[in-house]
Design a protein around this ligand. Structure first.
Ligand code: PAF
Length: 289
């Protein structure tokens, strides 16, 4: 496994790989690797000649009051996970390498999927993501890039970016991997205290609960949401706050509140964001009606 920190050196190496007509599978990460990352890396290894994992905690996608400084950065542990999985290259640039001018003069802003869900509560977040991902795509020039469905809005933003900027990269959505009790894997789970962790799977249960309510077709979507919020509030016995609990279609378009009016074979998606103590957790679940 080769660890690359220098952008110019990385560009030469990745260009050579593509010249040899080898395919590059790219797994972008902010480190603090967990089981879901491992599954995605294994998938990339199966589907491409060379797998590149980037480890870069991108300051641009954190708001001024967010957790950039305390975001977990267990770099050596991350490297040993990548080594164990036989990753070919880890690309881990410094902040100075990625943003040499301190001020970032060029920003990528995808003006779709805005004003809802995470974009509503984390203004500027997706600009930060789109900007760093564009830079990473330009440096690595992958054949395929893997993005988890847990960050569903991010996945759609990246797909739009690839379409609009004519990148010839295949964006591969990866299903959400969960702990045995249903909690979606996330680097932020590391922030949870033991008691918070024990109750965090109520978030997943509330999505299942909402899905079941929708499928009965007895209630409007707003009622399903209200009942699910009540379920969540009743079952998490620790300080918490629901930031959003919403339902859209799979393309993040609003859907008819009356389930019976929605065309059969439509896939809806339930989205939730919850502060459990100080930790913000997000999750989502598709519902085929
Ligand atoms: O999903 C993430 O871990 C990050 O948003 C990403 C895509 C690596 C960009 O920093």
């Amino acid at each position: 496994m080769i660890v690359l920190k220098n952008i110019q050196q990385a560009q030469v190496i990745f260009k050579n790989i593509r010249t040899k007509r080898q395919t590059i599978g790219f797994v972008p990460t902010m480190g603090a690797l967990h089981n879901a990352h491992e599954q995605i890396i294994l998938r990339s290894k199966k589907e491409s000649s060379v797998t590149v994992v980037s480890i870069f905690v991108n300051p641009l996608q954190f708001g001024p009051k967010e957790d950039f400084n305390k975001y977990p950065k267990p770099f050596n542990k991350d490297l040993s996970i990548c080594k164990k999985l036989k990753v070919d290259y880890v690309f881990a640039p410094t902040i100075k390498q990625m943003y040499p001018d301190k001020i970032v003069y060029t920003n990528i802003s995808v003006k779709k999927y805005t004003g809802i869900l995470c974009d509503k509560f984390r203004p500027g977040h997706f600009n930060g993501v789109a900007t760093v991902v564009t830079k990473l795509f330009n440096i690595i020039n992958p054949t395929k890039a893997y993005f988890g469905e847990k960050d569903y809005q991010q996945l759609l933003v990246i797909k739009q970016l690839v379409k609009d900027l004519n990148f010839t990269i295949d964006i591969v959505p990866c299903e959400t991997f969960r702990e045995p009790d249903g909690l979606a894997f996330s680097s932020r789970n590391k922030y949870l205290s033991k008691t918070e962790r024990n109750q965090a799977n109520v978030i997943y249960k509330s999505l299942l609960y909402c899905k079941q309510l929708i499928l009965t077709k007895k209630f409007s979507l707003s009622k399903c949401i209200n009942y699910s919020k009540i379920f969540l509030n009743k079952n998490i016995l620790l300080p918490h706050k629901i930031q959003y609990f919403e339902i859209y279609d799979n393309n993040l378009s609003p859907v008819n509140n009356d389930v019976k009016q929605i065309k059969p074979n439509t896939t809806l998606r339930i989205f939730v964001a919850v502060y459990l103590g100080k930790t913000r957790l997000i999750d989502n679940m598709p519902v085929n009606i």
